[in-house]
Design a protein around this ligand. Structure first.
Ligand SMILES: *Cc1c(COP(=O)(O)O)cnc(C)c1O
Length: 403
C-alpha cells in the first residue's frame, strides 16, 4: 500500500501532485485524458442525480469523470478547502453558485463592480427570477452592513475587482455577512489561489475563472466553485448534474497541466508586473497607474495585508485614452491587444468608462465617484504575461511614443 499523502505540503508540491496518481493499469506517470462519456456499470446502478453520492461509480461524464475529478481535487487542495466543482466556464460556475444559494424571495448583496457578465446577470436575470439584488461599493465594509436584510442569503465580493483592481477587506466583509446569517462568496480570479485563499479568511465559497491564471495558457475555458465538501456535493448534485454546464475532460486535462506550474508562474507574473508598473508610473504620457503591488495603489495597506502575490494585472490611463487605444494597439508587437488575462502572453485592452457604465455597471453617484477614482474616463487593462519584462517595457515605450 502506498502511504496516504500528507495533507499539508508546500504549495508547489500541491500544485503538481494533488489529485494525481500514477495510472493503476499502465503506470503512466502523467495524467491520462478519459474522454469516455459512458462507463460500464453494474446492473442496477441508479441513473438519477437523486442517488448521486461520493461512492457513486463512474457512469456518465456529466455526473463524474476521472480527469475532471483530478482537477477538482487539485483546485480544492490549492485553496485548502474540502472540495470543488468544475464547470464549462467561469460564468457557468457563477451561475451554479447563485442558483444554489438563492431562490425567489431571497436577497443578494454584491459588489457594484464585478466581472461584466456577473454584473449584467445580476442586473437582469436574478431580478427576473424574483431575487432581490443590492449592489454596494465593498471597499467600505460598512456599505455591506447597511445593505443586509433579513432575507439576505448571499454576500458576493470580487477582489481584486475586474477591471479596476479595487480591493475588498474579505475578513471584515465575511464577518459582517456571517453575523446576519448570510453566506459569503468571493470571485478571486484576479489573485489566483497563490495570491489569496478566501476560505482561509472565512469565505464559504470561492469562484475562479480557470480560463485565466489557473490554466494560464489561453487555450481552455473553464470555471470552478470551491468550498466545503458538503456544499460541493450539493452543488454537484443539485446544479451541475442537472443543469449540465460541466467541464470537458479535455479542458480539465489542459487546465490541470497549467495548474501544475501556477505557483511558479504567479511569481513571474508578479515580478514582471512590478517592473512594468514602475516603468509606466514614470512615463510622461501615463497619467495614472494602478497596481496593488505599488505604494500608489489607493488600498496599498490592504493589498500588503491580504495578498500573498499581487498578480500580473495592471491598469493605466493616458490623456484621451479612447483616441490613444487604436494607436497603441497598432504599435504593439509583443503584447497582444485582446481581452482575457492571466495567460503566458501579455494582453492589453482599453475599457472606456462611458461604455462600462452604459452596459454593465448601474451606479449611484457615490458609486460612480469611487469607480472613477480608479478608472478615470477609461483604463488600459494590462495582463502582464511571462515574457522578459524588458521586452514588454520596450514594446510599451514604442507604443506610447506614438500618442
Ligand atoms: C473572466 C472572468 C470571469 C468569467 O470567466 P469565463 O471563464 O470567461 O466564463 C469571472 N470573473 C472574473 C473576475 C473574470 O476575470
Amino acid at each position: 500500500m502506498t502511504p496516504e499523502p500528507s495533507p499539508v505540503r508546500g504549495i508547489r508540491t500541491t500544485a503538481i501532485h494533488a489529485g494525481e496518481s500514477p495510472d493503476p493499469v499502465t503506470g503512466a506517470s502523467a495524467p491520462s485524458i478519459v474522454m469516455s462519456t459512458a462507463f460500464v456499470a453494474d446492473a442496477g446502478v441508479s441513473f438519477s442525480a437523486e442517488d448521486f453520492g461520493d461512492n457513486t461509480p463512474y457512469l456518465y461524464t456529466r455526473w463524474k469523470n476521472p480527469t475532471v475529478d483530478q482537477l477538482e481535487k487539485k483546485l480544492a487542495a490549492l485553496e485548502g478547502a474540502g472540495g470543488s466543482v468544475a464547470f464549462a466556464s467561469g460564468m457557468a460556475a457563477v451561475t451554479a453558485l447563485l442558483l444554489y444559494t438563492l431562490r425567489a424571495g431571497d436577497h443578494l448583496v454584491i459588489s457594484d463592480i464585478s466581472y461584466a457578465a456577473t454584473a449584467e446577470m445580476t442586473n437582469e436575470l436574478l431580478p427576473r427570477l424574483g431575487i432581490g439584488v443590492t449592489k454596494v461599493d465593498m471597499s467600505d465594509p460598512a456599505n455591506v452592513k447597511a445593505a443586509l436584510r433579513p432575507n439576505t442569503k448571499l454576500v458576493y465580493a470580487e477582489s481584486p475587482a475586474n477591471p479596476i483592481l479595487r480591493l475588498t477587506d474579505l475578513e471584515a466583509v465575511g464577518r459582517i455577512a456571517h453575523e446576519k446569517g448570510a453566506r459569503f462568496a468571493v470571485d478571486a480570479t484576479f489573485a489566483s489561489p497563490i495570491g489569496i485563499q478566501p476560505t482561509q479568511l472565512g469565505a464559504d465559497f470561492v469562484l475562479h475563472s480557470l480560463t485565466k491564471y489557473i490554466n494560464g495558457h489561453g487555450d481552455a475555458i473553464g470555471g470552478a466553485v470551491i468550498g466545503s465538501a458538503q456544499d460541493m456535493a450539493a452543488i454537484k448534485k443539485e446544479i451541475a448534474i442537472r443543469t449540465g454546464g460541466i467541464l470537458s475532460p479535455f479542458n480539465a486535462w489542459l487546465i490541470q497541466r497549467g495548474a501544475a506550474t501556477l505557483p511558479l508562474r504567479m511569481r513571474a507574473h508578479e515580478e514582471g508586473a512590478h517592473a512594468v508598473a514602475q516603468f509606466l508610473e514614470e512615463h510622461p504620457k501615463v497619467t495614472r497607474v494602478i497596481y496593488p503591488g505599488l505604494p500608489s495603489h489607493p488600498q496599498y495597506a490592504l493589498a500588503q495585508k491580504q495578498l500573498k502575490n499581487t498578480s500580473g494585472m495592471i491598469t493605466f490611463q493616458v490623456k484621451d485614452g479612447l483616441a490613444a487605444a487604436p494607436v497603441i494597439a497598432k504599435r504593439l508587437s509583443v503584447i497582444h491587444y485582446a481581452v482575457s488575462l492571466g495567460h503566458q502572453r501579455s494582453l492589453v485592452f482599453y475599457l472606456p468608462t462611458r461604455d462600462m457604465l452604459r452596459t454593465s455597471f448601474k451606479l449611484t453617484p457615490a458609486q460612480e465617484q469611487s469607480f472613477r477614482a480608479f478608472a478615470g474616463d477609461g483604463i488600459f487593462r494590462l495582463s502582464v504575461g511571462l515574457e522578459d519584462p524588458a521586452d514588454l517595457i520596450a514594446d510599451l515605450a514604442h507604443a506610447l511614443d506614438g500618442i
